[in-house]
Design a protein around this ligand. Structure first.
Ligand code: SF4
Ligand code: SF4
Length: 80
């Protein structure tokens, strides 16, 4: 299991989640529109969920249906 960052992060990218993640699994780069969670490293601590000002982060199983594709989008950023 993992947590996933969805559409609300796009163009916000304020890094609030990065600051609270205990395993440093949230990353992005200047060319990416959002941050992503590495599913191989996330320990599901949930600390990032409440830290996000735009509620962009969900447990993978709780992703709203309209953002289901973000599970794959997060994985792809890390080359799976
Ligand atoms: S749930 Fe915890 S481990 Fe996973 S990305 Fe969020 S802060 Fe990091
Ligand atoms: S806290 Fe939310 S908006 Fe900010 S970078 Fe993380 S996911 Fe994106």
């Amino acid at each position: 299991m993992t947590h996933v960052i969805a559409q609300p992060c796009i163009n916000v990218k304020d890094k609030a989640c990065v600051d609270v993640c205990p395993v440093d699994c949230i990353h992005s780069d200047d060319n990416s529109p959002q941050f992503y969670i590495n599913p191989n490293d996330c320990i599901d601590c949930t600390l990032c969920v409440d830290a996000c000002p735009v509620r962009a982060i969900f447990a993978e199983e709780d992703l709203p249906p309209e953002w289901a594709q973000y599970s794959e989008i997060n994985k792809v950023h890390f080359g799976k």
